[in-house]
Design a protein around this ligand. Structure first.
Ligand code: GAL
Length: 464
C-alpha cells in the first residue's frame, strides 16, 4: 500500500484565513469530543469497567481449586484448610490444575474490631490468616476468602458494605488472599443503598481496582455470588471474573439437572475473563451415582464454570478422584485458545425437544483448541440410545469425516461421517467426545445431503 505524504509540499506556509477558522473550529470540536469521551469513560469505569493493564489481569480461565462450603459449611478451621491444601498436592490434584484453596463463610468473629476491621476467629484460626495464606502459597497454591455485598454474610458474619476499601486491603495486603467470593445476603435498606445490584457489586470491584493500583499487586480475583437473581450474565463480566448463575447446589441429581437446564440458556455468556459459575462441585457427595457425578463434572467443565472441589478429600474414593482428575475433560475447561462454552444444539427429551428442570438439553457442542467437543446427556431414568447428525452442530462441516475421541473411555473410536449413535448410555450418564476433521467423507454416501431440507441438485432437482 502506498503511504500518503504527511504534508503537501506545495502548501503555502501560512494557511488561508478560512482554513484557520475551520481548523480552530475543528480543534474546539475535537477538544469537546475528548472531554465527552473522558466523561463517558469515567461513567463507564465508574460502573466497574476498569480493567487493570493486560499483564495484571486475573481470571482469564475458569478458576480451579477447592472451596470449604459444600463439605464443611461453617465447620471450618485452620486444620481443615491445611489438611485440604496438602491433600490437593499429595493426591495429584494440583498437578492437573486445582490451585486455589478457598475459605467460605464463617471464618471471622461476629463483630469488627474497634478499628473497624474484620477479625479472623482466633479459635478457628489461631495463627491468623496471613500465616494460613503463607502456608498455602508455600505449597505453590493460591488462597481465596469470602465476604458479602451487604451488612452481613449469609451466616451473619460481617459483610463488606461501606467497608469495601478497608476489606479489599485487609484481604489482599494484610491477609495475602488472591481471590474474593462476594455473596449477596443481608443487603442494606433501599434508602441507604440507593443502588441496584450492579452498584453494590461495583463498590467492591472499584475497591479492588484501587487497592491493586496503589499497591502494584495483581487485583483480587472477584467471584460474584448473587445466585443468578438479576441476570449477571449480562453485566457481571465488567465487574468480576465469574458470576454464580443459579441458587445453591445440592448433592443430588435433581439439583444438578436443574442447574444444567437453567445454564443451557445462558452458557453463551462465558468467555475468557468472565465465567458463568454453576456453583461448587458435589462430585463425591450425597446421592450422586458415579454416572451422575461424571455428567455433573462434564457439564461444569464444558460450560467453562469454575471447578471448585467440595468434598472431604481425606476420604475421597478412587472413583471420585478419577472424575476430578480426568485431564481430557479438564483440558476443555482450561482451553487456552477457545474461551467460549458449549451450548445445546438440540434441547430436551420432551415433545418438540422441550426441556425442563428434570430433563435438560441432551445434545450439546462447542469449539475447542483441538476440535469440536460434544456432550450427550441421558436425562432419562433408564438407559437410552443417543443419536445425532453431525451437522446439527454448527461447528461441523458437511461432506467431511471426523475422528472421534471418547474423553471418558480415553479411546480413539475411529472416524464418523454424517452421524453418531451411542447405544445404552446409562441413566443420567454422559458421553463426551472430541471430533477432529479427518478429511472428505467417503465417496458414495446416500442421501447426498445430511440435511435434506432444501438440498438441491445444480439442475434444480430437489433431493428428498
Ligand atoms: C450462600 C452461597 C454459598 C455459601 C453460603 C455461605 O449464599 O451461595 O455458596 O457461600 O452462602 O453462607
Amino acid at each position: 500500500m502506498k503511504s500518503m505524504p504527511l504534508k503537501d509540499p506545495r502548501s503555502p506556509l501560512a494557511p488561508p484565513r478560512h482554513a484557520v477558522i475551520v481548523s480552530s473550529a475543528l480543534t474546539f470540536a475535537l477538544a469537546a469530543l475528548g472531554v465527552a469521551l473522558a466523561a463517558l469513560s469515567m461513567l463507564y469505569f465508574g460502573r466497574g469497567g476498569a480493567h487493570p493493564p493486560a499483564d495484571m489481569r486475573v481470571g482469564r480461565l475458569p478458576v480451579m481449586g477447592y472451596n470449604t462450603w459444600n463439605a464443611y459449611h461453617c465447620d471450618i478451621n485452620e486444620t481443615v484448610l491445611l489438611e485440604t491444601a496438602s491433600l490437593i498436592k499429595s493426591l495429584g490434584l494440583a498437578d492437573v490444575g486445582y490451585d486455589y484453596v478457598n475459605v467460605d463463610d464463617c471464618y471471622s468473629e461476629k463483630k469488627r474490631n474497634d478499628n473497624g476491621d474484620i477479625v479472623a476467629d482466633p479459635t478457628r484460626f489461631p495463627h491468623g490468616m496471613k500465616w494460613l495464606t503463607d502456608h498455602i502459597h508455600s505449597l505453590g497454591l493460591k488462597a481465596g476468602i469470602y465476604s458479602d455485598a451487604g451488612w452481613f454474610t449469609c451466616a451473619l458474619y460481617p459483610g463488606s458494605f461501606q467497608n469495601e476499601e478497608r476489606d479489599a486491603k485487609l484481604f489482599r495486603e494484610e491477609w495475602g488472599f488472591d481471590l474474593l467470593k462476594y455473596d449477596n445476603c443481608a443487603v442494606p435498606f433501599d434508602e441507604i443503598s440507593r443502588e441496584n445490584i450492579i452498584g453494590r457489586y461495583v463498590r467492591m470491584s472499584d475497591a479492588i481496582a484501587t487497592q491493586a493500583k496503589a499497591s502494584g499487586q495483581p487485583p483480587l480475583l472477584l467471584s460474584l455470588c448473587e445466585w443468578g437473581n438479576q441476570q449477571p450474565w449480562l453485566w457481571a463480566k465488567r465487574i468480576g471474573q465469574s458470576w454464580r448463575t443459579t441458587g445453591d447446589i445440592g448433592p443430588n441429581w435433581n439439583s444438578v439437572a436443574d442447574i444444567i437446564n437453567k445454564n443451557s440458556f445462558i452458557s453463551w455468556a462465558s468467555d475468557f475473563y468472565g465465567h458463568g459459575d454453576l456453583d461448587m462441585l458435589e462430585v463425591g457427595n450425597g446421592d450422586l451415582t458415579f454416572e451422575e457425578a461424571k455428567a455433573h463434572f462434564t457439564a461444569w467443565a464444558f460450560m467453562k464454570s469454575p471447578l471448585l472441589i467440595g468434598t472431604h478429600l481425606a476420604d475421597a474414593s478412587t472413583e471420585t478422584l478419577s472424575i476430578l482428575k480426568n485431564t481430557e475433560i479438564i483440558a476443555i475447561n482450561q482451553d487456552p485458545v477457545v474461551g467460549t462454552a458449549i451450548t445445546p444444539f438440540r434441547w430436551g427429551a420432551g415433545p418438540q425437544w422441550t426441556s425442563n428442570s428434570t430433563h435438560p438439553a441432551q445434545y450439546w457442542s462447542g469449539e475447542s483448541e483441538n476440535g469440536t467437543v460434544f456432550m450427550l446427556l441421558n436425562v432419562l431414568d433408564e438407559p437410552a440410545d443417543l443419536f445425532f447428525n453431525l451437522t446439527e452442530s454448527p461447528w461441523i462441516r458437511s461432506g467431511r469425516q471426523y475422528s472421534v475421541r471418547d474423553l471418558w473411555a480415553h479411546t480413539d473410536n475411529g472416524t464418523a461421517a454424517r452421524n453418531i449413535s451411542v447405544p445404552a448410555v446409562p441413566a443420567h450418564g454422559v458421553v463426551a467426545l472430541l471430533l477432529q476433521d479427518a478429511g472428505d467423507e467417503p465417496e458414495g454416501i446416500e442421501p447426498k445431503c445430511s440435511v435434506l431440507e432444501w438440498c438441491i441438485d445444480k439442475n434444480g432437482t430437489l433431493i428428498r
